[in-house]
Design a protein around this ligand. Structure first.
Ligand SMILES: [Mn+2]
Length: 452
């Protein structure tokens, strides 16, 4: 299907505009509540400012405050502020400098604009007059590396308010879900292009370029650095080198790459075999297992149980694929499954790729620790309706971890010949973005691929 990306992703998108009114009501209510908890009257949300490289005048790519972006799709608006006062329309202090060195933000225009009382300022000194006079009744939400940017507000990111906002952000509004479907679609378009480049025998660098062109992102616009690994590189969990030449023999391809729409991310991983049947069979087994896990996602599930359950399923898979032998409990207890799968099953997703709040039991900030033996699990909450999370089981040949099993009770449970066979293929990870529903779930990623 031919898609017109510009219509889908434009902030003139009428469908998003219709959902945005409800979104801003929900965000306002969350801030009402956060202010009450903090005993304050106004929340001042700062968009942030670009970082400057040490001893240089180079500006790093701007990463906006996620709290700011959750109000409106203003991802390129540094030095700007939202002033929220209970019961009033939010004020947007929109910084539009007189600057001939850089492109300055254009007119404040889009589906979001009518919901704000917009005050254009051309210099930073002009911000102060738009802030509430009683600074002691304000809380500041954002990062400040220059105190002047807080304009005398002393309560910066108070825990009571921040925890409540982070906890609430776990659950997405209909507007956010609509945007995340678009981000999934955009990512899926990139994955299709990347797979074609892989089938054409291209180098990692060229596959990366094919992906970026298809999603219309330059590198800093990606939600995270693409992981584009051929062969053994698939075993490096955060592999971000990009070889300029293809390997002499191409065997496999692991791609973990997402896309952005209006500040929200998708986070998608696929693994492909270059014609080797045994590796393709292993991918198919992993794909079936990943789907089984996705089908367990629903309201009320403790994500820690899903993590443990995944290890049990993986133990069975390792035995079926002749990579290990023994009963599942033994393979878990002896650390065999953890050596093959040493990361968490998934994480919350939203404005941030690893969205905040994954460890929060409640809005007061009580932390739920990961289960023992699973320190890298980033989501320990009981699932609630309209959370969006990733399900990304993996299976890798990481010698550093497998060698640790030598001389332990685990050693005899690993089929080392099969390990040697798997090594040149690196590993497998399959990752979808999933929305939690009551007794059900929505797979944003599979839906996006199916609709291309
Ligand atoms: Mn992920």
């Amino acid at each position: 299907m031919i898609c017109n990306m510009n219509d889908d992703y434009s902030d003139k998108n009428a469908a998003l505009g219709a959902l945005y009114a409800e979104h801003i009501e929900i965000v306002s209510a969350r801030h009402d509540h956060a202010l009450e908890l903090a005993g304050a009257t106004h929340a001042i949300i700062y968009s942030g400012n670009p970082k400057i490289a040490f001893l240089d005048d180079y500006q790093m790519p701007f990463k906006p405050n996620p709290h700011f972006v959750s109000w409106a799709p203003l991802t390129h608006l540094p030095f700007s502020y939202i002033v929220f006062t209970r019961g009033e329309a939010p004020i947007l202090i929109y910084y539009q400098p007189h600057d001939y060195w850089h492109v300055v933000p254009g007119a404040a225009d889009g589906y979001w604009a009518s919901h704000f009382d917009i005050r254009i300022v051309h210099s930073r000194e002009d911000v102060a007059e738009h802030l509430p006079e009683e600074r002691e009744k304000c809380i500041f939400v954002g990062e400040i590396d220059d105190d002047a940017m807080a304009f005398g507000i002393e309560r910066v990111n108070p825990n009571a308010a921040i925890n409540a906002l982070h906890f609430a952000r776990g659950m997405k509004t209909q507007y956010e879900l609509a945007i995340m479907r678009l981000a999934s679609r955009r990512g899926a378009i990139g994955h299709v292009a990347a797979e074609a480049a892989f089938r054409d025998g291209m180098a990692e660098f060229d596959i990366h370029q094919a992906y970026c062109k298809a999603v219309s992102h330059v590198d800093p616009e990606l939600p995270y650095g693409n992981i584009i690994g051929l062969n053994e590189h698939g075993a490096v969990l955060h592999y971000t080198d990009l070889d300029r030449e293809p390997p002499a023999v191409i065997r496999s391809f692991l791609i973990d790459a997402g896309a952005h729409v209006h500040g929200y991310a998708s986070d998608i991983t696929r693994t492909y075999s270059f014609g080797e049947k045994r590796f393709q069979d292993l991918i198919d087994r992993m794909d079936a297992m990943q789907q089984d896990i996705v089908n367990q996602v629903q309201v009320g599930v403790d994500f820690r149980d899903l993590q443990i359950g995944t290890h049990k399923m993986l133990a069975g898979l390792l035995v079926d694929a002749e990579l290990a032998n023994g009963d599942p409990d033994t393979l878990l207890e002896t650390g065999v499954t953890s050596a093959f799968f040493p990361h968490g099953l998934g994480h919350l997703l939203g404005v941030q790729v690893h969205d905040v709040g994954g460890f929060m039991e409640n809005e007061t900030g009580t932390i739920i620790d990961p289960p023992s033996g699973h320190p890298y699990l980033r989501l320990t909450r009981v699932l609630e309706e309209d959370m969006v999370l990733t399900i990304e089981p993996g299976l890798y040949l990481i010698d550093m971890l497998l060698e640790n099993l030598r001389g332990t009770p685990a050693e005899g449970h690993v089929n080392w010949d099969s390990v040697d066979w798997l090594r040149p293929f690196g590993g497998i990870r399959i990752e979808d973005n999933v929305r939690v529903l009551i007794n059900d779930r929505e797979n944003l990623t599979r839906d996006a691929f199916a609709q291309l």
